[in-house]
Design a protein around this ligand. Structure first.
Ligand SMILES: Cc1ncc(COP(=O)(O)O)c(C=O)c1O
Length: 427
């Protein structure tokens, strides 16, 4: 698979290089030179998820990695369910939160972890990442126990929920966690400083495992195929798919799936009041406002970093950008959407509820739609309980970590302290 840098098209890399580099020169995103088109989508849709995903990812990667390696990566990464659940007569939720950390991120993070572990030629790679909550859990869980990789997760002490903290600080082995006595920005500054320091960067073979990595997006393509496969078992037409969006990685993967030949009628890009994209789709003006805090906080992004990839797919396929419908919901509308779903018998959380409502607002009377369920309602327990006036039981995955001890090292926000710690522990 060949990819090029969207900012410097002369920079061309293989998939293996793109996975290890993450970003190209000048922080340019890697984009595939060719988008493969699948011959017999109907036959693929009849297959079980894991089997089908081997074909879907093989179309991108088999030439470079060999089909056998692709099969093995898929088998190790995708080992949990993703049911399409009826929310009401016209809307279905593709529940992507049945993985180990109860979020859609498990798909991308687990596949990326398997790719890095298999493709790394260095003795050992160190993943260094900062988290304000959920990413830490998905990354730590995905890389836990892999022999070639050490993980260091930094987070602001006391500024994430205790349960979130327990999900990644109780694992041990190759997962090292640092509680920084400051805020999330300080954690990000420390990560940046580490990547700029040659002793740490080169000595520990640093990699960031961030969500811009192409391996994560390829993995996410597979669940769109599963959504349509399950939908088509009961319906004749093609579904409209609404994607709760922040950084727009999820929508990028959906567009790749459609470009490969998956029958999706159209996409709805659903955001909270951080609405740069819906406004842009309406008036053609790219004018990010300051980020505002909302109850769907994983989508509080004013400058989505994957957007150049969305435009590149649309251009490569000769589609119109305005074929994507943008919908932005206020906090009051999110509240209402969550309640409406509950009244119809479907318990959700704010991110998915925004996408569900975006379907209702944009579908014609003869259409049916799918919205992506990106997180388990219990991951947003406080908001869901307060909006719906209910008590949510803790799922087994969260219950299991609740009583385990936290293994983090506490640290002042000082790069010299971090450097000494990293070199002493991992060097
Ligand atoms: C629960 C949840 N929903 C939706 C999103 C948005 O996905 P994307 O950033 O790919 O647009 C995120 C991103 O972190 C998320 O955590």
């Amino acid at each position: 698979m060949e990819l090029y840098n969207l900012k410097h098209p002369d920079q061309k890399v293989s998939f293996t290089e793109a996975v290890k580099l993450g970003l190209g020169r000048d922080r340019g995103l890697f984009f595939p030179t060719v988008i493969p088109v699948l011959d017999d989508v109907e036959a693929l849709l009849a297959m079980p998820f894991v089997e089908r995903s081997k074909h879907v990812l093989g179309a991108w990667l088999a030439q470079e990695l060999g089909q056998e390696m692709v099969d093995s990566l898929v088998e190790k990464a995708f080992n949990f369910d993703l049911p399409l659940v009826k929310a009401d007569d016209k809307r279905y939720c593709l529940e992507l939160f049945h993985g180990p950390t109860l979020a859609f991120k498990d798909f991308g993070a687990r596949f990326m972890a398997q790719c890095l572990n298999s493709l790394a030629t260095e003795d050992k790679i160190t993943i260094l990442t900062a988290t304000s909550g959920d990413t830490g859990a998905a990354v730590a869980d995905a890389f836990y126990g892999l022999d070639k990789i050490q993980v260091v997760v930094m987070y602001p002490q006391g500024k994430i929920s205790l349960l979130q903290e327990k999900m990644f600080t109780t694992l041990g082995e190759n997962i090292h966690t640092v509680a920084v006595e400051s805020d999330f920005d300080a954690c990000q500054d420390l990560v940046k400083a580490a990547f700029e320091d040659a002793d740490v960067r080169d000595g520990l073979h640093l990699n960031s495992a961030n969500s811009i990595n192409i391996s994560r997006l390829l993995a996410q393509i597979c669940y769109y195929f599963e959504a349509v496969a399950q939908f088509k078992r009961e319906h004749k037409g093609d579904p409209v798919i609404a994607v709760p969006s922040g950084n727009f990685g999820n929508l990028t993967a959906g567009l790749f799936a459609k470009a490969m030949g998956l029958p999706i009628k159209r996409f709805v890009a659903a955001t909270n009041s951080n609405d740069t994209v819906p406004r842009y789709l309406t008036d053609g003006q790219w004018q990010p406002h300051k980020t505002v805090a909302t109850m769907s906080n994983a989508m509080d992004v004013a400058e989505p970093s994957n957007w150049p990839r969305v435009e590149a797919i649309v251009e490569a396929m000769g589609w119109e950008l305005n074929a994507i419908t943008g919908v932005a919901l206020s906090e009051a509308d999110t509240d209402k959407a969550l309640k409406q779903l509950q009244q119809g018998g479907y318990l959700s959380e704010p991110h998915a509820a925004i996408a569900a409502e975006a379907l209702s607002l944009t579908m014609n009377h003869d259409e049916q739609g799918i919205f992506l369920g990106t997180a388990h309602p219990a991951k947003f327990k406080d908001v869901v309980e307060s909006v719906l006036g209910i008590e949510l039981p803790l799922p087994a995955e969260l219950q299991a970590v609740a009583d385990k001890p936290i293994l983090s090292v506490a640290m002042q926000p000082s790069f010299s302290a971090l450097k000494a710690h990293l070199l002493a522990t991992l060097g």
